[in-house]
Ligand binder design. Sequence first.
Ligand SMILES: NC(=O)CC[C@H](N)C(=O)O
Length: 307
Amino acid sequence: MREMLSETYERYRDVQDGRVADYIPALAEADSGWFGLSLTSATGHRFSFGDAQLPFSIQSISKAFVYALVVQELGHVEVRERIGVNNTGLPFNSVMAIELNGGRTMNPLVNAGALATTSLVPGTTWDEKWDFIHAGLSKFAGHELEIDERVYESEMETNTRNRGIARLLESYGHISLDPMQVTELYTRQCSLLVTAEDLATMGATLADGGDCPITGIDVVDPSVSRDVLSVMATNGMYEASGDWLFEVGMPGKSGVSGGIVTIAPGKGSLATFSPPLDAAGNSVRGIRATRHLSNKLGLNLFASTVQ
Ligand SMILES: NC(=O)CC[C@H](N)C(=O)O
């Protein structure tokens, strides 16, 4: 397996396409050459190559895991009614997606739906809500995750658009907490530091029906994992989710710092890290490497044979 990861690394390391995100100033400092691959099986075996132990802020990938924790608390009927499960067909930070849909969010994996999902986190104070998110995402990863305070401050200074989205949802009555508090919580969850190895473990927890294969801790129920994976399949790569599912054939979730986590249900998870992004905000090397490994390992859920 390690040879297959190293072959994939060599195959795509020289790809020069894509641009490192710079709308959050601290993210612009990333090296465009960073490239890491990690795979964790549902039985807890791990294989890594390249910059798989380099920490980066989790960004949008946090949305899938906070959604899991909220569905676990509130149940999938209520969360589906409130947040939705359909693709917007629009960029991740779209305001139009709200306006075109009667003031409602469409799904939990773009900013509007993620802010609304974070507003449903249990707890009476901001600190309690934050502890819930922090402890929950750490359980998925199998150890306590740290915060990148620099990324947090940098995004807090520039996240006027997300504050606007939260305020717009408030105007429609579709957010369950003060919009500024929600934006802070959401920005903080996006600033948690992970490595590709952590992401692969988080994904393997979903692949294994909610049990972390490294610690054995039961983080969410199997029915919650199932819901999260279906929402990742339809929305995990924003408006490019159809292209992704067509090419890779597995649920995945990306973030603007360059991470992608992909889940082979029942089998395990593959995580990639490479900062240069395409126009939709998905890692260019990450997409190519995952597509290649999906084909090589026969992981496409829609394929009957290895092609
Ligand atoms: N696509 C992303 O990873 C976006 C996350 C980022 N924190 C934002 O809200 O803009």
